[in-house]
Design a protein. Structure first.
Length: 202
C-alpha cells in the first residue's frame, strides 16, 4: 500500500501560501490530469490547489564544449527535465541521475520553493563535484564554484517561517560527478534537505 504526506494549502496571494497541516493518508490517484496525487520514481507528488507540487523542477542540459564554469542557464535548452524530490546525488563515476548521456560537461538547475518551519538563521551546505551554488529569494547563499572533487561549502541566512524561492545550480566538467544539498534549519538538525519541504510551481 502506498502512502504520501497530505499538505493543506491556504492561498494568501497568487502563487503564495502557507503549509499548515500534515497527515499521512492512503494514496489512490495516479492520473495527473485528474488532480489526484501522482507518483514519479516511487516518490509521491501531490498537487496543491493547482499552484505547487512536491519536489524541485530539474533542468538537465548539455551546453556543448568544455563546461568549466557556471553557464548562462537561461540560454540553455534542457536535454531532460524532471521533478527531483531531493538533491542527493553521491559521487559516482557513472551516469548522473540515471541519464546515459550525462557523464561529462553538463549543467543542471533546480528551481522551486523551500518551506521553513520556523523563523531563524539557517545554514545551507552544498557538497559537489564540480561546481555548485545556491540562491534563496534571489540572493546568493552558498558558493562552491570551480573544478574540484567532492567538496562542501556552506552559507547562512536569516529566513522567516513559510515558503521561499530557491535556485540550485550545478555543473560537471570531467571525472566523477555528484551534488548533495543539506541544511541546518533554525529548529535543527543538520540533514539532507527533506522532500517534505521542497516544492515547485505547476
Amino acid at each position: 500500500m502506498a502512502f504520501f504526506r497530505k499538505l493543506n494549502w491556504n492561498v494568501t496571494g497568487k502563487g503564495r501560501g502557507q503549509l499548515e497541516e500534515r497527515a499521512t493518508v492512503e494514496a489512490r490517484g495516479t492520473d495527473r490530469a485528474s488532480r489526484h496525487p501522482v507518483f514519479e520514481n516511487l516518490e509521491p507528488r501531490l498537487l496543491l490547489d493547482g499552484e505547487l507540487v512536491a519536489g524541485l523542477w530539474g533542468q538537465y542540459s548539455m551546453p556543448g564544449g568544455s563546461v568549466t564554469d557556471f553557464p548562462d542557464y537561461d540560454s540553455l535548452t534542457a536535454a531532460h527535465t524532471r521533478v527531483d524530490s531531493q538533491v542527493n546525488f553521491p559521487s559516482t563515476a557513472g551516469d548522473f541521475g540515471g541519464y546515459e548521456d550525462l557523464d561529462d560537461d553538463f549543467a543542471i538547475r533546480w528551481t522551486g520553493k523551500i518551506e521553513m518551519t520556523s523563523t531563524g538563521s539557517v545554514t545551507f551546505f552544498l557538497e559537489s563535484d564540480d561546481g555548485s551554488r545556491l540562491y534563496i529569494d534571489g540572493s546568493p547563499v552558498v558558493s562552491n564554484g570551480g573544478l574540484h572533487g567532492m567538496t562542501e561549502q556552506s552559507g547562512s541566512t536569516f529566513l522567516t517561517a513559510g515558503l521561499h524561492d530557491i535556485e540550485l545550480q550545478y555543473f560537471e566538467h570531467t571525472g566523477n560527478n555528484g551534488v548533495i544539498f543539506r541544511d541546518d534549519p533554525a529548529d535543527g538538525p543538520t540533514q539532507i534537505v527533506p522532500a517534505s519541504v521542497l516544492f515547485h510551481e505547476e
